[in-house]
Design a protein around this ligand. Structure first.
Ligand code: NAP
Length: 262
């Protein structure tokens, strides 16, 4: 049972919006009946909304009228066209559109609107998301607290300066692909040595979750976490040495450079 009366509306209900709605509903952050959404294709929207029991709306205007918090979740090139005629005064406006930042919205909105640009990632659907938030925003302290209270249960919320939105967004949004490749490679190795495929995936995934959680809870330096499982002359340090010989850390850094530029 949720403990908030806040009504949340999505303008655009595709991959990102539905991941956020699923996280909110599955983790009891809010009742499904407090969530509204609109999209381009209404028939498809009705089916998608039925999966979670949220309320489909026929237009963005209807979403705005019914919601306290309005989440702009259309493709970035559509943002201006979709929001320019909406009356968003008095609403908490959250944008998830990549690269549409505070200054862009100040040009798009005709009135003073309380808005925040964020970069979420889809693991929010299983309560393990990341929301990179642009530090420059116009929410009141109370609105910011409401946003944190609602989504803090299903995502790590991190504010960064505007100039760091790109790199933070790359870490949150792109590196799940790298982590999935690591998971697959680890399982391939395990299968090569005889472990059934499903067990291999499950163990490798839990190692990633557990290691990440250990860091977040204890804030132990990653090098010290590695040292803690490498006994002198033991087997793990031999594996670490093989990773270094093959440029493991340099490869990861190059993969980020490839997205961000050198
Ligand atoms: N996917 C991610 O991992 C991710 C991560 C970070 C940020 N984002 C951001 O999230 C936003 C949405 O991305 P997405 O991946 O969810 O895209 P998507 O799956 O293509 O969803 C876009 C949604 O917008 C709807 N739409 C299109 N035109 C509309 C209109 N005129 N009025 C109302 N709704 C309209 C679409 O409806 P129809 O389906 O009926 O056409 C669809 O529901 C983007 O700005 C993206 O930059 C996405």
């Amino acid at each position: 049972m949720s403990d908030t009366m806040l009504k949340v509306g999505f303008i655009g209900y595709g991959n990102m919006a539905s991941a956020m709605a699923k996280g909110l509903v599955d983790f009891d952050c809010i009742e499904p009946t407090q969530i509204y959404a609109c999209a381009k294709n209404y028939e498809k929207l009705v089916k998608n909304c039925a999966a979670l029991g949220i309320q489909p709306c026929k237009s963005a205007e209807e979403v705005v009228q019914k919601s306290d918090m309005v989440i702009i979740a259309v493709k970035p090139y559509l943002v201006s066209e979709v929001v320019k005629d909406l009356d968003l005064r008095g609403k908490i406006v959250i944008s998830v559109a990549v690269n549409v930042r505070y200054d862009d919205y100040e040009e798009i909105f005709p009135n003073f609107i309380h808005h925040l640009s964020i970069l979420p990632n889809t693991p929010v659907s299983v309560g393990e998301g990341i929301f990179i938030c642009e530090a420059k925003h116009s929410l009141t302290k109370e609105e910011w607290n409401q946003f944190n209270y609602l989504f803090g249960k299903i995502a790590l919320i991190q504010s960064v300066e505007t100039r760091l939105m790109g790199i933070a967004g790359t870490i949150a949004g792109c590196t799940p692909a790298y982590a999935a490749m690591y998971l697959e490679a680890m399982a391939d190795a395990a299968v090569k040595h005889g472990l059934p495929r499903q067990i291999a995936y499950d163990l490798s995934a839990q190692v990633m979750i557990g290691t990440g959680k250990l860091y977040l809870v204890t804030k132990t330096h990653p090098g010290a976490m590695k040292d803690a499982v490498c006994s002198p002359g033991g087997t793990t340090i031999k594996g670490v040495s093989a990773l270094e010989k093959n440029g493991f850390r340099g490869t990861i850094i190059s993969a980020i450079d490839a997205v961000e530029g050198e």
